[in-house]
Design a protein around this ligand. Structure first.
Ligand SMILES: Nc1nc2c(c(=O)[nH]1)N[C@H]1C(S)=C(S)[C@@H](COP(=O)(O)OP(=O)(O)OC[C@H]3O[C@@H](n4cnc5c(=O)[nH]c(N)nc54)[C@H](O)[C@@H]3O)O[C@H]1N2
Ligand SMILES: Nc1nc2c(c(=O)[nH]1)N[C@H]1C(S)=C(S)[C@@H](COP(=O)(O)OP(=O)(O)OC[C@H]3O[C@@H](n4cnc5c(=O)[nH]c(N)nc54)[C@H](O)[C@@H]3O)O[C@H]1N2
Ligand SMILES: [Mo]
Length: 671
């Protein structure tokens, strides 16, 4: 039986989660439309010379499996790549990691969280020994007097979170660090805080400057530092030379503003430091997040009631998606695949010999860089890399060089259009499962309507392929059963879910991981100790390296309220397309005047062979040396035609937010 979303009661009602506060952003209100959208793929598709043709599941799966087996025999299992997504449920993410390792036998799996959470995750693991985006319930923010929000535009990207910032705003303590007067920075126009506008990519210097002031003015929490951290002396040495005037000359942030902020952060006890993609998606993103953590540690925030440090995880399951084995170096429970004890434990749960598990693979950009060469086949689950990966032109070219590209999606995304096979999968309201929120809370997702046509759950697809590949292990399609196995596999790991089950979550209990069997979970981390063996946080001294501003114009990229990610979904919702049909570039009036560009002129933005032509949106809300493009649009509007595969050496996060570009009025434009 097939019900319309309305009949099934699946219209998107605001859910009653504390992260949500009954609010739902614009894209949320309209997402029910996507469940029965005419563009939905509802049968397996095979590419032929004449375009896609519908085929039966058996034909599709038999052929895919046969081609995978042949490639594996000829070239070894590592010639097969798997690309996952942070939108997958925990169950699907877990099963995908297991499928790669024991059904395909490949080490080459990674996922789009590499573009999203990897720098903050690497910094959190390094400093605290654990990576949970917010190590406290999001409602803790409600009582804040001061929140330093770096590179995050929550007003557009996480509107439900705004309710938790009103306390800090009312106290005059919301500090937004963004080269643009973003929607979030605009909240401060009626008082309520400070907007700091550094040159793109210089946040590390701003943070070193703030830490310098805190230490120099005797504002540090020395008893906390002595008792709970290691590495203070090295930090003192590393920030000594970053006096505020020097920071000002490189970042454009006035020294007086830096002093005001440092004092404000230290004066109040209820202080939070929060980072977003704006400071993390850089070639020094891990060090910048580390500098934010160091500042938090110097102020004694992590673990102090009503205070803390955190990062705002982005995708639907951005937190859970990074815990259960989609990462190239990871086994479930956030364990390292190179750790012999973890390998032994997980191999036993999977019913295979430890020696058959592959070792670490390569991170996303390296994996995409192998397409058509070392990697001959790619399975994509929940990412639209043609639009969202840096150096998109190269990625697009190389996808077309694959012997086999299989994309599981609900729509013919720009990536799916290049596939040999597109396999239609269920959407959120059509499947059971769990997601883990940005505060580490595991939440049930329930099926409320049947999926259309021949659509299948990814758990079923993985089972069917595993059988055809004669894989060891069990491949249940019931999400509750998969969750139980995930829970066992995670036992003893940093992200321990072993005390959880669908039944327990169904009881409505607020469940925060780590949740080992026999406990009731962990709403707040770090109250007593950090997750390193000695219980102390590591202060890792970081230095700016090349973090000086670009001499010319710098492109930053990011999001609009109306669109989601690569736009594969939101570009199909009329209301959103009408509101934002195409990309426009934000440009400061002074820069526009210098370049002879007027509002709505066609502008050419170029870097290293890549060019984007879009209309100009002139706004005084951006620095004169900076331009902004949203990355949601396909074709020649793709911001990622300009970004390059430069990555952070620790996290392998690409640099999405600091591309040197030239900007010019497009020749022959007569608008
Ligand atoms: N509407 C909407 N909401 C979304 C998404 C979406 O696509 N659309 N995506 C979701 C996902 S996956 C994520 S990860 C989150 C991301 O959420 P955010 O982190 O809020 O998103 P971004 O727009 O990428 O970047 C935030 C801000 O960083 C600023 N910025 C750019 N460069 C720099 C810099 O060098 N320094 C500083 N300090 N700031 C800089 C930009 O101007 C931008 O305003 O949003 C989630 N929510
Ligand atoms: N220039 C620039 N580029 C960026 C960023 C930036 O700020 N600037 N941000 C980066 C960030 S933070 C992120 S998270 C990425 C996001 O970019 P992508 O990884 O491309 O993410 P989505 O657009 O959400 O793509 C998800 C695709 O999977 C499908 N999908 C959704 N759910 C499922 C599912 O359960 N199963 C399957 N099989 N498919 C599903 C959707 O229909 C869609 O086609 O973009 C990154 N790229
Ligand atoms: Mo993201």
């Amino acid at each position: 039986m097939t019900l319309t979303p309305h009949e099934a009661g699946a219209s998107v009602a605001p859910r009653d989660f504390p992260t949500n506060r009954g609010g739902l952003c614009k894209k949320g209100w309209t997402s029910a439309e996507l469940l029965r959208h005419p563009d939905r793929v509802t049968a397996p598709l095979r590419r032929t010379d004449a375009g896609f043709e519908e085929v039966s599941w058996d034909d599709a799966l038999d052929d895919i499996a046969a081609r995978l087996v042949a490639l594996r025999e000829e070239r070894g299992a590592d010639c097969i790549g798997v690309f996952g997504g942070g939108g997958l449920t925990n169950e699907k993410a877990y099963q995908l990691g297991k499928f790669a390792r024991i059904a395909l036998g490949t080490s080459r799996i990674d996922y789009n969280g590499r573009f999203c959470m990897s720098s903050a995750a690497a910094a959190g693991n390094r400093a605290f020994g654990i990576d949970r985006g917010l190590p406290f319930p999001v409602t803790d923010l409600d009582g804040a007097e001061t929140i330093l929000l770096l590179g995050s535009n929550v007003a557009a990207t996480m509107p439900p979170l705004l309710g938790h910032l009103t306390g800090a705003r009312a106290a005059g303590g919301l500090i937004v660090v963004d080269p643009r007067r973003s929607e979030t920075a605009r909240l401060l126009e009626d008082g309520g805080g400070i907007h700091v506008q550094p040159a793109p990519g210089t946040d590390l210097l701003v943070l070193l400057g703030l830490t310098h002031i805190v230490l120099a003015e005797g504002l540090a929490d020395l008893p906390y530092l002595r008792r709970r951290t290691t590495g203070l002396e090295e930090l003192q040495r590393s920030v000594a030379a970053w006096w505020p005037e020097r920071v000002q000359s490189l970042t454009g942030v006035p020294a007086a503003q830096l002093r005001t902020i440092a004092r404000r952060l230290a004066e109040h006890r209820r202080t939070f430091i929060i980072t977003g993609r704006g400071v993390e998606q850089h070639a020094d993103g891990t060090d910048t997040a580390t500098a934010a953590i160091n500042l938090a540690l110097v102020l004694g925030l992590p673990g102090r009631p009503g205070a803390g440090y955190g990062t705002l995880t982005g995708q639907g399951n951005g937190q859970g998606g990074r815990e259960h084995g989609q990462k190239c170096d990871q086994l479930p429970g956030y364990r390292r695949i190179s750790d012999p004890a973890a390998r032994k434990h997980v191999a036993a749960v999977w019913g295979v010999e430890e020696r058959t598990l592959p070792g670490p693979g390569v991170p996303a950009m390296e994996l995409l860089g192998m397409l058509g060469d070392e990697v001959a086949a790619l399975l994509v689950h929940g990412s639209n890399v043609v639009v969202s990966a840096p150096d998109a032109a190269t990625v697009t070219r190389d996808l077309a060089r694959l012997d086999l590209l299989v994309v599981c999606d609900f729509f013919l995304s720009e990536t799916a259009k290049l596939a040999h096979y597109v396999l239609p999968v269920t959407q959120w309201a059509e499947e059971e499962g769990t997601m883990t929120s940005l505060e580490g809370r595991v939440i049930r997702r329930r099926k409320s309507i049947d999926a259309p046509g021949e659509t299948r759950s990814e758990l079923w697809i993985l089972q069917q392929l595993a059988r055809r590949l004669r894989a060891p292990g069990s491949w249940p399609t019931d999400a509750a059963e998969v969750f139980d196995e995930l829970a066992r596999a995670s036992a003893g790991g940093p992200a321990d879910y072993s005390g959880l089950s669908h039944a327990l979550l169904d009881s409505g209990e607020a469940a925060y991981w780590p949740y080992p069997a026999g406990t009731t979970g962990t709403a707040r981390l770090f109250a007593e100790s950090f997750a390193h063996p000695d219980g102390r946080a590591r202060i890792v001294a970081v230095s700016p390296g090349a973090a000086t501003p670009n001499p010319g114009m710098t492109l930053i990229t990011g999001r609009l309220l109306e669109h989601y990610q690569s736009g594969a979904q939101t570009r199909r919702v009329d209301e959103l397309v009408q509101a934002r049909p195409r990309a426009t570039v934000q440009l400061h009036p002074a820069a526009a005047a210098d370049l002879g560009i007027a509002a709505d002129d066609m502008v050419e933005i170029s870097h290293d062979g890549g060019t984007v032509r879009v209309r100009a949106e002139i706004t005084s809300g951006i620095r004169h040396d900076t331009v902004f493009l949203p990355f949601h649009f396909p074709g020649d509007d793709r911001a990622n035609l300009l970004t390059r595969a430069v990555v952070d050496p620790v996290s392998a996060m690409p640099e999405f937010k600091r591309t040197p570009v030239t900007v010019a009025r497009a020749e022959g434009d007569v608008s």
